[in-house]
Structures are given as C-alpha cells and as structure tokens.
Write a protein that binds this ligand. Sequence first.
Ligand SMILES: Cc1cc2nc3c(=O)[nH]c(=O)nc-3n(C[C@H](O)[C@H](O)[C@H](O)COP(=O)(O)O)c2cc1C
Length: 138
Amino acid sequence: MEKIPVIYWSGTGNTKLMAEAVAEGIGAAAELKNVGDITAEAAGAYPALALGCSAMGAEVLEEYEFEPFFTALEPLLQGKKLVLFGSYGWGGSYMTDWEQRVQAAGAELVAPGLLAFGTPDELAIESCRELGAALAKA
Ligand SMILES: Cc1cc2nc3c(=O)[nH]c(=O)nc-3n(C[C@H](O)[C@H](O)[C@H](O)COP(=O)(O)O)c2cc1C
C-alpha cells in the first residue's frame, strides 16, 4: 500500500485536530507528521500528500517552519495529488493563494482547500475525514 503523508503545522492545535481527521479519512495508508518531522525532499517522494497549515502572519502560511518547507517542496510537486486544509481566525484568503501555488507547481488539487474557523467543530471534522477519503480514492 502506497503511504499518504498528512503533514501539518499547528500553533494551538486546531489544524492538528483537522490533520488527525484527514488521516482518519485516509485510513491505514495515512502517516501523520508534524512539518518539523519530515524534509521537503522526503515529502516530495510521495505521489499523494495532504498538507495542513493555519493562517498566520497577514494571511500567509506560518513563516518559520511551514513556509520554508513548502517553498522547498514546490519544485517537487509536478504531477502529485494534493489536498490542503487549515484553521483560520478572521480571514482565510491565504488558502486561495496556497491553492494557486499548488496548481502553478503542476500538482492536482483533488478537492478545494478546506478551512475551519478556529477549533474545528464536528461538521468540520467530518469534512476533514471526507477530504482524506477523497485523496485516498484519487
Ligand atoms: C500570529 C498569528 C497570526 C494570525 N494571522 C491570521 C490571519 O492572517 N488570518 C486569519 O484568518 N487568522 C489568523 N490567525 C488566527 C489563526 O489562524 C487561528 O487562531 C487558527 O485557529 C490557529 O490554528 P492552529 O491552532 O492550527 O495554529 C493568526 C493567529 C496568530 C497567532
């Protein structure tokens, strides 16, 4: 079975809850990883990936760990299948920019980027499970 990593950054645990639900939706193939636990080179070796990061700075990806990871991953994304998810507090437009970067890198977004407001409620958690299931099926 081809493994599918779920790689996330989460400051207060909201995106982590989403990542756990995405992994649940993927099933046995899922490998849940904090972004600090995997290099971009290693991540780029998988054909399908789920990436999660909350909105930070001013509508950007978290700048110190996740952004450098994603910048290094971008050249390796050609032909990959991806889903994106993250928690936000008041905006959420970073997700649109992130989707555009993924598409510009030549990857296929299996579903639109999934946002959850603050701590994901049960509905958001279910959407995360569905997102994971969609990636596993793609
Ligand atoms: C330093 C900082 C910057 C933030 N910037 C944004 C932002 O630009 N847009 C937004 O919608 N939320 C922003 N937020 C809110 C977080 O995205 C929100 O609290 C989210 O639930 C955090 O998820 P996490 O626990 O997975 O990190 C910011 C929070 C912090 C602490």
